[in-house]
Design a protein around this ligand. Structure first.
Ligand code: ZN
Length: 189
């Protein structure tokens, strides 16, 4: 776990939102017009996102972060990719983003597993993650947990280059013209 004030470096961290027990609230008084807060078993993805996204006391540093894992009862129940941070009428802030599903590395690494920072009283904590250091080799900016590419991004990267040359035939001609056989990495026949 990392101090909430954050290190001086620009390194990104993941955010752990820790939800308390479910409780009813008056939508007229809730800044996001919700009728319930907190976690309880059986919440839908949307319901969980609705209670997890705010409102929180969030410093400026959260604007650098990309992912939230939503925890309750010591486990991770959801992962969210942050699209923006919005100010809320109560003077606090909320996340807006998309709920990640199976197949996304952040989801697959954390959801269903133990809360990275364990059981927390503080609803917002930060943690270091391998995702901060390894990004997809295609250049899309998405983190990868294992391998060099997100699923499908390796062939996408190749097709994108073929398209830039013009066609597969043109790409092969360009390759054969350009490739030097004794280049490092070339396999010997
Ligand atoms: Zn990619």
């Amino acid at each position: 776990m990392v101090d909430a004030a954050g290190p001086a470096s620009a390194r990104t961290l993941l955010i752990q939102v820790t939800l308390g027990r479910a409780r009813a609230v008056d939508p007229a008084l809730d800044p996001l017009r919700r009728s319930r807060l907190g976690w309880s078993p059986g919440l839908s993805h949307d319901e969980l996102y609705g209670v997890a996204r705010g409102t929180w006391t969030l410093g400026e540093r959260v604007r650098r972060e990309r992912f939230v894992v939503v925890c309750a009862d010591g486990l991770v129940w959801q992962a969210i990719e942050i699209e923006r941070i919005v100010d809320t009428p109560d003077g606090r802030r909320a996340f807006e983003g998309r709920v990640l599903h199976r197949g996304h590395e952040v989801h697959d690494t954390y959801v269903g597993g133990p809360a990275p920072n364990g059981r927390q009283r503080n609803p917002i904590t930060f943690f270091d993650s391998a995702f901060d250091r390894r990004l997809c080799a295609c250049g899309c900016g998405n983190p990868v947990g294992r391998g060099d590419f997100m699923s499908g991004h390796d062939s996408r990267a190749v097709h994108e280059r073929v398209a830039r040359v013009g066609s597969v035939v043109a790409f092969l001609e360009w390759f054969d013209r350009t490739w030097t056989p004794d280049q490092p990495g070339e396999r010997q026949p």
